[in-house]
Design a protein around this ligand. Structure first.
Ligand SMILES: Nc1ncnc2c1ncn2[C@@H]1O[C@H](COP(=O)(O)OP(=O)(O)OP(=O)(O)O)[C@@H](O)[C@H]1O
Ligand SMILES: C[C@@](O)(CCO)CC(=O)[O-]
Length: 313
Protein backbone atom coordinates (compact mmCIF):
# COMPACT_ATOMS: atom_id res chain seq x y z
CA UNK A 1 0.00 0.00 0.00
CA UNK A 2 1.20 3.47 -0.93
CA UNK A 3 0.14 6.73 0.68
CA UNK A 4 0.63 10.09 -1.01
CA UNK A 5 0.21 13.66 0.22
CA UNK A 6 1.02 17.10 -1.08
CA UNK A 7 1.26 20.47 0.64
CA UNK A 8 1.68 24.01 -0.71
CA UNK A 9 4.45 26.49 -0.11
CA UNK A 10 3.65 29.85 1.41
CA UNK A 11 4.27 33.56 1.40
CA UNK A 12 4.31 35.62 4.58
CA UNK A 13 2.49 38.79 3.58
CA UNK A 14 3.11 40.58 6.89
CA UNK A 15 4.83 39.82 10.18
CA UNK A 16 7.73 37.40 9.59
CA UNK A 17 10.26 37.36 12.45
CA UNK A 18 7.98 39.45 14.70
CA UNK A 19 5.63 36.43 14.74
CA UNK A 20 8.36 34.46 16.56
CA UNK A 21 7.93 36.97 19.43
CA UNK A 22 4.14 36.71 19.58
CA UNK A 23 3.05 39.36 17.03
CA UNK A 24 0.23 38.42 14.66
CA UNK A 25 1.25 37.62 11.05
CA UNK A 26 -0.73 37.38 7.80
CA UNK A 27 0.18 34.52 5.48
CA UNK A 28 -1.11 32.77 2.41
CA UNK A 29 -0.43 29.42 0.76
CA UNK A 30 0.75 29.52 -2.87
CA UNK A 31 0.25 27.30 -5.88
CA UNK A 32 3.63 25.51 -5.70
CA UNK A 33 3.72 22.13 -3.97
CA UNK A 34 5.76 19.35 -2.43
CA UNK A 35 4.49 15.81 -2.85
CA UNK A 36 5.57 12.96 -0.59
CA UNK A 37 4.79 9.29 -1.07
CA UNK A 38 5.36 6.65 1.56
CA UNK A 39 5.33 2.89 1.34
CA UNK A 40 5.87 0.10 3.89
CA UNK A 41 8.87 -2.15 3.16
CA UNK A 42 9.87 -5.62 4.39
CA UNK A 43 13.41 -4.47 5.05
CA UNK A 44 13.16 -2.76 8.45
CA UNK A 45 14.95 0.43 7.43
CA UNK A 46 13.93 4.01 6.86
CA UNK A 47 14.87 5.19 3.41
CA UNK A 48 14.29 8.70 2.03
CA UNK A 49 14.85 9.74 -1.58
CA UNK A 50 14.59 13.34 -2.71
CA UNK A 51 15.99 15.60 -5.41
CA UNK A 52 18.37 16.95 -2.75
CA UNK A 53 19.80 13.56 -1.74
CA UNK A 54 19.20 10.18 -0.14
CA UNK A 55 19.23 8.87 3.41
CA UNK A 56 18.94 5.26 4.56
CA UNK A 57 19.18 4.36 8.23
CA UNK A 58 18.17 1.67 10.69
CA UNK A 59 15.16 2.39 12.87
CA UNK A 60 15.82 4.09 16.24
CA UNK A 61 18.98 5.92 15.15
CA UNK A 62 19.55 8.81 17.53
CA UNK A 63 18.60 12.14 15.94
CA UNK A 64 21.78 13.74 17.24
CA UNK A 65 23.76 11.36 14.99
CA UNK A 66 21.92 12.53 11.86
CA UNK A 67 23.42 15.42 9.99
CA UNK A 68 21.20 15.55 6.94
CA UNK A 69 18.56 17.97 5.61
CA UNK A 70 16.34 14.86 5.37
CA UNK A 71 16.28 14.55 9.18
CA UNK A 72 12.65 15.77 9.55
CA UNK A 73 11.47 12.87 7.37
CA UNK A 74 13.52 10.38 9.39
CA UNK A 75 12.08 11.80 12.62
CA UNK A 76 8.51 11.44 11.33
CA UNK A 77 9.00 7.92 9.98
CA UNK A 78 10.75 6.66 13.10
CA UNK A 79 8.14 8.16 15.41
CA UNK A 80 5.23 6.74 13.42
CA UNK A 81 6.56 3.22 12.74
CA UNK A 82 8.17 2.74 16.15
CA UNK A 83 5.60 0.18 17.26
CA UNK A 84 5.11 -1.46 13.88
CA UNK A 85 7.13 -4.33 12.46
CA UNK A 86 7.94 -2.62 9.17
CA UNK A 87 10.38 -0.43 7.31
CA UNK A 88 9.40 2.51 5.15
CA UNK A 89 10.43 4.15 1.88
CA UNK A 90 9.72 7.84 1.36
CA UNK A 91 9.96 9.71 -1.94
CA UNK A 92 9.92 13.52 -2.06
CA UNK A 93 9.10 15.55 -5.18
CA UNK A 94 9.19 19.31 -5.01
CA UNK A 95 8.42 22.34 -7.11
CA UNK A 96 9.20 24.76 -4.27
CA UNK A 97 12.73 26.18 -4.43
CA UNK A 98 14.58 25.38 -1.21
CA UNK A 99 15.79 27.88 1.37
CA UNK A 100 14.33 31.00 -0.26
CA UNK A 101 11.44 31.85 2.04
CA UNK A 102 8.67 29.97 0.29
CA UNK A 103 8.10 27.39 3.02
CA UNK A 104 9.77 24.35 1.46
CA UNK A 105 10.63 22.94 4.88
CA UNK A 106 7.09 23.32 6.22
CA UNK A 107 5.53 21.85 3.08
CA UNK A 108 7.93 18.87 3.46
CA UNK A 109 7.00 18.38 7.09
CA UNK A 110 3.25 18.66 6.48
CA UNK A 111 3.17 16.41 3.39
CA UNK A 112 5.62 13.98 5.08
CA UNK A 113 3.58 13.76 8.28
CA UNK A 114 0.39 13.13 6.29
CA UNK A 115 1.82 10.56 3.85
CA UNK A 116 3.56 8.52 6.57
CA UNK A 117 0.87 8.66 9.26
CA UNK A 118 -1.92 7.78 6.85
CA UNK A 119 -0.23 4.47 6.08
CA UNK A 120 -1.33 3.43 9.56
CA UNK A 121 -4.41 5.45 10.56
CA UNK A 122 -6.81 8.14 9.46
CA UNK A 123 -5.02 11.07 11.10
CA UNK A 124 -6.79 14.43 11.20
CA UNK A 125 -5.31 17.66 9.83
CA UNK A 126 -4.89 18.85 13.41
CA UNK A 127 -2.81 15.78 14.31
CA UNK A 128 -0.77 16.14 11.13
CA UNK A 129 -0.03 19.79 11.89
CA UNK A 130 1.18 18.85 15.37
CA UNK A 131 3.50 16.17 13.95
CA UNK A 132 4.74 18.54 11.23
CA UNK A 133 5.70 21.26 13.72
CA UNK A 134 7.56 18.65 15.83
CA UNK A 135 9.42 17.56 12.67
CA UNK A 136 10.28 21.12 11.67
CA UNK A 137 11.71 21.65 15.15
CA UNK A 138 14.35 18.98 14.44
CA UNK A 139 16.00 21.46 12.07
CA UNK A 140 14.71 24.76 13.44
CA UNK A 141 13.83 24.66 17.12
CA UNK A 142 12.41 28.19 17.32
CA UNK A 143 9.74 27.96 14.66
CA UNK A 144 6.61 30.02 15.33
CA UNK A 145 4.50 27.28 13.69
CA UNK A 146 3.04 29.82 11.25
CA UNK A 147 4.46 28.18 8.10
CA UNK A 148 3.29 24.63 8.89
CA UNK A 149 -0.16 25.98 9.78
CA UNK A 150 -0.73 27.72 6.44
CA UNK A 151 0.77 24.78 4.51
CA UNK A 152 -1.77 22.49 6.22
CA UNK A 153 -4.93 24.56 5.85
CA UNK A 154 -4.14 26.67 2.76
CA UNK A 155 -5.85 29.97 1.92
CA UNK A 156 -5.06 33.27 3.57
CA UNK A 157 -4.97 33.55 7.33
CA UNK A 158 -3.93 35.52 10.37
CA UNK A 159 -1.73 33.62 12.81
CA UNK A 160 -0.22 34.15 16.20
CA UNK A 161 1.66 31.74 18.41
CA UNK A 162 -0.78 31.94 21.28
CA UNK A 163 -4.11 31.74 19.49
CA UNK A 164 -3.17 29.82 16.34
CA UNK A 165 -4.84 30.73 13.07
CA UNK A 166 -8.02 32.36 11.83
CA UNK A 167 -8.92 32.04 8.16
CA UNK A 168 -9.43 35.36 6.37
CA UNK A 169 -12.72 34.81 4.57
CA UNK A 170 -12.62 37.75 2.17
CA UNK A 171 -10.74 36.72 -0.93
CA UNK A 172 -8.68 39.74 -1.98
CA UNK A 173 -8.23 40.10 -5.73
CA UNK A 174 -4.48 40.60 -5.69
CA UNK A 175 -1.69 38.81 -7.53
CA UNK A 176 1.76 38.29 -6.08
CA UNK A 177 4.85 38.61 -8.18
CA UNK A 178 7.63 36.67 -6.48
CA UNK A 179 11.25 37.40 -7.36
CA UNK A 180 14.05 35.13 -6.18
CA UNK A 181 17.50 36.49 -5.28
CA UNK A 182 18.78 32.89 -5.60
CA UNK A 183 20.75 33.51 -2.41
CA UNK A 184 19.90 30.51 -0.22
CA UNK A 185 19.34 31.12 3.45
CA UNK A 186 18.99 28.97 6.49
CA UNK A 187 15.89 30.13 8.36
CA UNK A 188 17.47 28.93 11.60
CA UNK A 189 20.56 31.11 11.10
CA UNK A 190 18.61 34.25 10.11
CA UNK A 191 16.22 33.86 13.07
CA UNK A 192 19.23 33.49 15.38
CA UNK A 193 20.62 36.78 13.95
CA UNK A 194 17.35 38.57 14.74
CA UNK A 195 17.49 37.20 18.31
CA UNK A 196 20.93 38.74 18.65
CA UNK A 197 19.61 42.08 17.34
CA UNK A 198 16.74 41.92 19.86
CA UNK A 199 19.08 41.21 22.76
CA UNK A 200 21.30 44.16 21.86
CA UNK A 201 18.39 46.54 21.13
CA UNK A 202 15.55 45.53 23.45
CA UNK A 203 13.74 48.91 23.41
CA UNK A 204 13.93 49.35 19.65
CA UNK A 205 12.79 45.77 19.11
CA UNK A 206 9.77 46.22 21.41
CA UNK A 207 8.79 49.38 19.51
CA UNK A 208 9.10 47.52 16.21
CA UNK A 209 6.92 44.67 17.51
CA UNK A 210 4.26 47.21 18.61
CA UNK A 211 4.41 48.98 15.24
CA UNK A 212 4.14 45.69 13.35
CA UNK A 213 1.19 44.68 15.47
CA UNK A 214 -0.67 47.93 14.65
CA UNK A 215 0.19 47.58 10.99
CA UNK A 216 -1.22 44.03 10.85
CA UNK A 217 -4.49 45.17 12.51
CA UNK A 218 -4.84 47.93 9.92
CA UNK A 219 -4.15 45.52 7.07
CA UNK A 220 -6.85 43.16 8.33
CA UNK A 221 -9.38 46.00 7.97
CA UNK A 222 -8.06 46.96 4.54
CA UNK A 223 -8.27 43.38 3.28
CA UNK A 224 -11.99 43.37 4.16
CA UNK A 225 -12.42 46.54 2.12
CA UNK A 226 -10.19 45.20 -0.68
CA UNK A 227 -8.22 48.44 -0.54
CA UNK A 228 -5.21 47.22 -2.49
CA UNK A 229 -3.42 50.57 -2.70
CA UNK A 230 -3.44 50.96 1.07
CA UNK A 231 -2.39 47.31 1.57
CA UNK A 232 0.51 48.03 -0.80
CA UNK A 233 1.59 51.02 1.32
CA UNK A 234 1.62 48.73 4.37
CA UNK A 235 3.77 46.19 2.49
CA UNK A 236 6.33 48.94 1.93
CA UNK A 237 6.06 50.06 5.55
CA UNK A 238 6.61 46.47 6.76
CA UNK A 239 9.77 46.29 4.65
CA UNK A 240 11.14 49.28 6.58
CA UNK A 241 10.74 47.34 9.84
CA UNK A 242 12.51 44.34 8.29
CA UNK A 243 15.39 46.59 7.15
CA UNK A 244 15.83 47.68 10.77
CA UNK A 245 16.26 44.13 12.12
CA UNK A 246 19.07 43.42 9.67
CA UNK A 247 17.63 40.73 7.41
CA UNK A 248 17.95 42.69 4.15
CA UNK A 249 20.92 43.22 1.84
CA UNK A 250 21.85 45.19 -1.29
CA UNK A 251 20.48 42.64 -3.74
CA UNK A 252 17.14 42.42 -1.93
CA UNK A 253 16.94 46.22 -1.76
CA UNK A 254 17.56 46.42 -5.50
CA UNK A 255 14.80 43.87 -6.14
CA UNK A 256 12.40 45.73 -3.86
CA UNK A 257 13.10 48.98 -5.71
CA UNK A 258 12.27 47.28 -9.03
CA UNK A 259 9.17 45.64 -7.54
CA UNK A 260 7.85 48.88 -6.06
CA UNK A 261 8.22 50.64 -9.37
CA UNK A 262 5.46 48.73 -11.11
CA UNK A 263 3.33 47.51 -8.20
CA UNK A 264 1.48 48.69 -5.06
CA UNK A 265 4.34 47.70 -2.73
CA UNK A 266 7.14 45.17 -2.27
CA UNK A 267 8.89 43.44 0.60
CA UNK A 268 10.96 40.45 1.64
CA UNK A 269 8.96 37.33 2.42
CA UNK A 270 10.06 34.67 4.92
CA UNK A 271 13.33 34.69 6.77
CA UNK A 272 15.23 37.08 4.46
CA UNK A 273 19.02 37.28 4.36
CA UNK A 274 18.51 36.14 0.76
CA UNK A 275 15.53 34.29 -0.61
CA UNK A 276 12.52 35.97 -2.14
CA UNK A 277 10.69 39.24 -2.21
CA UNK A 278 7.15 39.77 -3.43
CA UNK A 279 5.44 42.68 -5.15
CA UNK A 280 1.72 43.22 -4.63
CA UNK A 281 -0.19 43.72 -7.88
CA UNK A 282 -3.58 43.31 -9.46
CA UNK A 283 -4.50 42.71 -13.10
CA UNK A 284 -3.66 46.34 -13.97
CA UNK A 285 0.05 46.14 -13.12
CA UNK A 286 0.88 42.40 -13.05
CA UNK A 287 2.48 42.18 -16.49
CA UNK A 288 4.41 45.42 -16.12
CA UNK A 289 5.87 44.27 -12.78
CA UNK A 290 6.98 40.91 -14.19
CA UNK A 291 8.52 42.65 -17.22
CA UNK A 292 10.57 44.97 -15.04
CA UNK A 293 12.11 42.06 -13.10
CA UNK A 294 12.81 40.14 -16.30
CA UNK A 295 14.50 43.14 -17.89
CA UNK A 296 16.96 43.14 -15.00
CA UNK A 297 17.44 39.35 -15.35
CA UNK A 298 15.77 38.46 -12.07
CA UNK A 299 14.15 35.08 -11.68
CA UNK A 300 10.46 35.82 -11.11
CA UNK A 301 6.99 34.30 -11.38
CA UNK A 302 3.44 35.18 -10.43
CA UNK A 303 1.75 33.16 -7.70
CA UNK A 304 -1.88 32.57 -6.87
CA UNK A 305 -3.29 31.83 -3.44
CA UNK A 306 -3.76 28.08 -2.92
CA UNK A 307 -7.03 27.23 -1.19
CA UNK A 308 -6.50 23.42 -1.15
CA UNK A 309 -3.91 23.20 1.60
CA UNK A 310 -2.84 19.66 2.48
CA UNK A 311 -4.12 17.08 0.04
CA UNK A 312 -3.94 13.33 0.53
CA UNK A 313 -4.52 10.75 -2.15
N1 LIG B 1 13.01 18.92 -2.06
C1 LIG B 1 13.30 18.71 -0.78
N2 LIG B 1 13.60 17.47 -0.35
C2 LIG B 1 13.86 17.24 0.95
N3 LIG B 1 13.89 18.18 1.92
C3 LIG B 1 13.62 19.44 1.55
C4 LIG B 1 13.30 19.77 0.18
N4 LIG B 1 13.04 21.09 0.12
C5 LIG B 1 13.21 21.57 1.39
N5 LIG B 1 13.56 20.59 2.24
C6 LIG B 1 13.79 20.73 3.69
O1 LIG B 1 13.65 22.11 4.04
C7 LIG B 1 14.91 22.67 4.48
C8 LIG B 1 15.01 24.12 4.00
O2 LIG B 1 14.28 24.86 4.90
P1 LIG B 1 14.48 26.40 5.26
O3 LIG B 1 13.56 26.69 6.40
O4 LIG B 1 15.92 26.74 5.43
O5 LIG B 1 13.96 27.11 3.95
P2 LIG B 1 12.51 27.36 3.42
O6 LIG B 1 11.53 26.55 4.18
O7 LIG B 1 12.55 27.13 1.96
O8 LIG B 1 12.36 28.90 3.73
P3 LIG B 1 11.41 29.65 4.84
O9 LIG B 1 11.45 28.83 6.10
O10 LIG B 1 12.05 30.99 5.03
O11 LIG B 1 10.09 29.71 4.20
C9 LIG B 1 15.95 21.74 3.90
O12 LIG B 1 17.15 21.78 4.65
C10 LIG B 1 15.25 20.38 4.04
O13 LIG B 1 15.25 19.93 5.37
C1 LIG C 1 11.23 34.01 9.95
C2 LIG C 1 9.94 33.29 10.27
O1 LIG C 1 9.06 34.24 10.89
C3 LIG C 1 9.23 32.83 9.01
C4 LIG C 1 9.99 31.93 8.10
O2 LIG C 1 9.22 31.61 6.97
C5 LIG C 1 10.22 32.15 11.22
C6 LIG C 1 8.97 31.54 11.85
O3 LIG C 1 7.90 32.17 11.89
O4 LIG C 1 9.08 30.41 12.36
Amino acid sequence: MKSKASAPGKVILFGEHFVVYGVKAILCAIDKRITVSAEKTKERKISIISNIGKLELEKNTSLSEINSPLKPFYFLANKIIKNHDTGIEIIVESDIPLGVGLGSSSACCVAGAAAISRLFSNTTKEEILKLAIEAEKTIFQNTSGADCTVCTYGGIMEYDKENGFTTIESQPNFHLVIANSNIEHSTKVVVAGVKEFKEKNEIEFTTLCNNESKLVDEVLKEIKENNIKEIGNRVTQNQEYLEKIGISNDKLRDMIKIGKNGSFGAKITGAGGGGCIFALTDESNLEKTIKQFKEKNYDCFSAKIDFRGLDTF
